[in-house]
Write a protein that binds this ligand. Structure first.
Ligand SMILES: NC(=O)c1ccc[n+]([C@@H]2O[C@H](COP(=O)([O-])OP(=O)(O)OC[C@H]3O[C@@H](n4cnc5c(N)ncnc54)[C@H](O)[C@@H]3O)[C@@H](O)[C@H]2O)c1
Length: 297
């Protein structure tokens, strides 16, 4: 199968990621079925997409006819059977629970044409864990988008133990057709590329802070002005939510038991106080001032 044979894309899971991936695919000219088990979630997905795209039309960034044409190509449904009918390519974006994803892949196997490729948008699970629930492991791949997928350009494509080179190449081409820039991982590795690099930088930033080498605001400045990062690691932590970073580190520490993986004390104290970053108004920085000011620990 080559890219010209991919006409219909099925996106299953219409949450934060799936909803925008689906409309991006429709805007790129594909026929799209957007599936979710929850009808309300589907309505939310459509109205959310409408809001985003109406804003782009109002700003003159997009033509109203193109947006209407995309909505005409997108069919929301709670029937997986209908969504899978004639699907050439499936993007799975359901909740990050292995058993749920494996069950979805088992159902996809039964309902989709044999030619269809199954791509998972999972943030952490390698596709091999899902491929074994199907009879087409050579056509199962990771296709990892970034939030918000209507805006973020990068897609990580990961080759699993059994993924064929043809599947990797075709998935990268689908990403390009969606207006994205694919990067290919030749092996499965937890965290893929971006989250591994981010974790390495963040771990070093906490090491420097906890050891009294520099203040967090100077570490942020160093990354912004010396490496040209748009946000230093502590500002980025505030932006994504300190609780998210804390929970991920705690989970990793529980797995490895390595004291070096324990969440940093300066992070833990803030999370326990409810200082979660921008969303709570205060994290490493205080967002009640303009510009935000560094907080005392
Ligand atoms: N949010 C992010 O920043 C982000 C970024 C990259 C990748 N991801 C990955 O994308 C996937 C989805 O994440 P999200 O943030 O969109 O989650 P979300 O909770 O917003 O959406 C998940 C959706 O899956 C639906 N769902 C649950 N079980 C289902 C089933 N059996 N069949 C069909 N739909 C089902 C839920 O109703 C919900 O609408 C996860 O694997 C996550 O790791 C998330």
């Amino acid at each position: 199968m080559d890219i010209e044979h991919i006409r219909k894309i099925c996106v299953t899971g219409a949450g934060q990621m799936g909803a925008q991936i689906a409309i991006q695919a429709a805007l790129s000219g594909f026929n799209v079925a957007l599936h979710d088990v929850n009808a309300e979630q589907l309505e939310k997905a459509v109205s959310g997409n409408r809001k985003h795209l109406d804003r782009r039309v109002a700003k003159g960034k997009m033509a109203a006819e193109d947006v209407e044409a995309a909505f005409a190509r997108l069919v929301p449904t709670t029937s997986l059977e209908e969504a899978c009918r004639d699907a050439d390519f499936v993007i799975e974006a359901v909740v990050e629970i292995l058993d749920v994803k494996r069950e979805v892949f088992q159902r996809l196997e039964k309902l989709c044409p044999t030619r269809a490729i199954f791509a998972t948008n999972s943030s952490y699970l390698g596709n091999s864990e899902l491929a074994s629930a199907t009879e087409r492991p050579d056509r199962v791949v990771n296709m990892h988008f970034f939030y918000p997928p209507l805006v973020m350009k990068l897609v990580e494509v990961v080759k699993g133990e059994a993924t064929s080179d043809a599947t990797v190449a075709l998935t990268a081409e689908v990403a390009r057709r969606l207006g994205k820039q694919p990067v290919v991982l030749h092996k499965e590795l937890p965290g893929f590329l971006v989250n591994r690099i981010l974790r390495a930088i963040t771990n070093e930033a906490y090491f420097l802070l906890e050891n009294g080498v520099a203040s967090f605001e100077d570490i942020d400045r160093a990354c912004e002005m010396g490496l040209n990062h748009p946000l230093g690691p502590f500002k980025l932590g505030d932006f994504s939510g300190l609780d998210i970073g804390y929970e991920a580190r705690l989970e990793n520490f529980r797995k490895t038991g390595n004291p070096e993986d324990r969440p940093a004390a300066s992070l833990e104290r803030r999370v326990k106080r409810g200082d979660l970053g921008r969303k709570s108004g205060r994290g490493f920085y205080d967002y009640s001032t303009d510009p935000p000011s560094p907080t005392e620990d």
